[in-house]
Design a protein around this ligand. Structure first.
Ligand SMILES: NC(=O)c1ccc[n+]([C@@H]2O[C@H](COP(=O)([O-])OP(=O)(O)OC[C@H]3O[C@@H](n4cnc5c(N)ncnc54)[C@H](O)[C@@H]3O)[C@@H](O)[C@H]2O)c1
Length: 331
């Protein structure tokens, strides 16, 4: 039986709701009794059956409505705004990932830039003011000054993906200025945890370690990432919904960069394996390090990441093994 909602609830429109971050966010919001309208085109960037599995719990709720569709379909997006009394938009749909954006920049610019413009226009047409936009730590490029602070210059992206996220931020600012939209921009720092995209490093490393396959190490292991556990990111997104910004950028990270060599040791320990390494050059587009200054999010939103890397990796490994046992066809 589908679960019923409270009578007094808001309608939140989540784009990219079948993806890694979007599906966790919806799980969480549905429990809070918000009406959720979601769109996702279930594209083949990675196995769409993974995305369908991500959504299974969502259908338990009667205050959930899903559109399998493309944010580039302007007619569809506008019709969703006309049909539902949307108060808040959380825009997560995007072509994600740095390396594939180099081989296929066209789809990245279409979805991440034009898709964002379509959404903003639909909001304006339907008088919807509140937007949370998923940006990325990649906009900081190879900035030397660490930790990365929201007001640092982000004029030197080094991948098409990063450039499209920066362009999304600029469009948001423009629509905020002209139409007074109320927008929070969240720069996520390498998110990991259950349902993480299969091409992302932690997911790949754990899979390869457990399958006895080599782990590809780009560079000498000294690059570093500020890995952020999914539950902390979801808390940050929800805190930002409740905080009334006019236009504000927030870093959502863990503020504790981990070197690649160290990450691999932690994964080896968590999987009980003795991994084989294959060293390759650092690919174009990959930044050398990320490190978030999270003081603004702490002070304004009450953001307070709680999951350290060892704990987070061990939770990921447990989840991965259970999925592999139950859904070997997809994992
Ligand atoms: N995961 C991270 O570490 C990370 C870091 C920084 C920023 N982000 C951003 O957070 C958001 C979510 O990332 P994720 O890791 O959950 O990725 P994801 O690929 O799992 O989720 C994105 C979802 O958007 C959907 N989508 C893509 N193009 C679409 C289109 N044209 N129309 C409708 N749906 C479409 C995909 O099918 C997918 O389900 C993205 O905007 C990403 O750029 C993620």
């Amino acid at each position: 039986m589908r679960k019923a909602k409270n009578s007094k609830s808001r309608t939140i429109f989540v784009t990219g709701g079948a993806g890694f971050i979007g599906s966790h966010l919806i799980d969480n919001l549905l429990k809070k009794s918000d009406n959720i309208v979601s769109i996702d085109n279930l594209n083949e960037f990675y196995n769409p059956n993974i995305k369908k599995l991500n959504q299974v719990n969502h259908y338990e709720y009667d205050h959930y409505e899903f559109y399998k569709g493309d944010i580039l379909d302007e007619g569809l997006v506008k019709s969703i705004f006309k049909k539902h009394d949307i108060e808040i938009v959380i825009h997560l749909a995007a072509m994600a990932g740095v390396r594939p954006s180099i081989s296929n920049p066209s789809i990245y610019t279409e979805v991440n830039i034009i898709g964002t413009r379509i959404l903003l226009d639909a909001m304006v047409e339907s008088n919807v003011e509140r937007l949370i936009f998923a940006s990325s730590s990649s906009v900081y490029g190879n900035n030397k000054k660490i930790p990365f602070y929201e007001d640092d210059s982000v004029d030197r992206p080094i991948s098409p993906y990063a450039a499209t996220k920066k362009m999304g931020e600029l469009l948001c600012h423009t629509y905020h200025h002209i139409y007074e939209l109320n927008i929070s921009l969240l720069r996520f720092f390498t998110v990991y945890g259950p349902r993480q995209r299969p091409e992302m490093a932690i997911h790949q490393f754990v899979r390869n370690a457990l399958n006895g396959e080599p782990i590809i190490v780009f560079g000498d292991g000294s690059t570093a990432r500020d890995y952020t556990y999914i539950d902390d990111i979801i808390d940050g997104i929800i805190q930002s919904i409740e905080f009334d910004d006019r236009y504000m950028i927030y870093n959502l990270g863990n503020s504790e960069p981990i070197k690649l060599s160290n990450l691999i040791l932690i994964i080896a320990e968590a999987t009980g394996t003795d991994p084989i390494f294959e060293y390759q050059e650092i690919p174009q587009g990959d930044v050398l390090q990320t490190y978030a200054d999270i003081n603004r999010a702490k002070n304004n939103l009450g953001y307070d990441p709680k999951t350290g890397i060892r704990d987070g990796i061990s939770k990921f490994v447990k989840w991965y093994i259970s999925m592999k046992n139950t859904h070997e066809d997809v994992y």
